[in-house]
Design a protein around this ligand. Structure first.
Ligand code: IMP
Ligand code: MG
Length: 168
C-alpha cells in the first residue's frame, strides 16, 4: 500500500469543505444523507466541523455484482428514515468513480421534493466517469487508482486507516 493522502491533509480538506458548506448553507439546517458504508467516517468528521445545525440520515445502496467494477445497476438496500420534503439536503459520499451510484441516488432523492439538494464527495476519479455527473463539492480529484482508508474498503478491509492509500 502506498500513501496517497495523509491523515493531516484529509483533516485539513474536511475542515475547508465544512467551512465552505457552512457558509453556503448559512441560516439553514442541513440534512446530511450519508451513503453507507464508505462515507461514515467522512460524514462524522464533516458534521463535527460544520457550524450550521445538522441532522443526519443514511442510505445504503448496492450495485449488482461485487468487487472493483460496478455493473451499472443500483438499488436501495436501506432507505432513509426521514422525509426530504422541504429540507436542505447534502448527500455525503466517499468517492465518485463511474458516477452511476450518485446519478441514480440524486434522481431518486430529488423526486422526494427537498427544497435543495447538493452533493459532497471526498474523492473524485473524473477519468473513470461512465455517466455525466458532477458533485457540488469535491475534496480531492485523484487519478485512476483503487484507494482504501478513511472509510473506503477493499472487501471490508482497511476502512479504519486514518489516511488514504493506493492498493496495489
Ligand atoms: P460509482 O457508482 O462507480 O461512482 O461507484 C461509487 C462507489 O464505488 C463508491 O461509493 C465506493 O463504494 C466504490 N468505489 C469506487 N472507487 C473506489 C475505490 O477506489 N476504493 C474503494 N471503493 C471505491
Ligand atoms: Mg460507497
Amino acid at each position: 500500500m502506498k500513501l496517497l493522502v495523509s491523515e493531516n491533509e484529509v483533516q485539513k480538506k474536511v475542515g475547508s469543505l465544512a467551512r465552505k458548506i457552512s457558509k453556503d448553507f448559512s441560516g439553514k439546517e442541513v440534512l446530511l444523507v450519508g451513503v453507507l458504508k464508505g462515507a461514515f467516517i467522512f460524514m462524522a468528521d464533516l458534521a463535527r466541523k460544520m457550524t450550521v445545525p445538522v441532522k443526519m440520515d443514511f442510505v445504503r445502496l448496492a450495485s449488482y455484482g461485487s468487487g472493483i467494477r460496478s455493473s451499472g445497476k443500483v438499488k436501495f438496500t436501506k432507505d432513509l428514515e426521514t422525509s426530504l420534503r422541504g429540507k436542505d439536503v447534502l448527500v455525503v459520499e466517499d468517492i465518485i468513480d463511474t458516477g452511476i451510484t450518485l446519478k441514480y441516488l440524486v434522481r431518486c432523492l430529488k423526486a422526494r421534493r427537498p427544497s435543495s439538494l447538493k452533493v459532497v464527495a471526498l474523492l473524485d476519479k473524473p477519468a473513470r466517469r461512465e455517466v455525466n455527473f458532477q458533485a457540488d463539492y469535491v475534496g480531492f480529484q485523484i487519478n485512476n487508482h483503487f484507494v482504501v482508508g478513511y472509510g473506503l474498503d477493499c472487501a471490508e478491509e482497511h476502512r479504519n486507516l486514518r489516511g488514504i492509500y493506493i492498493l496495489n
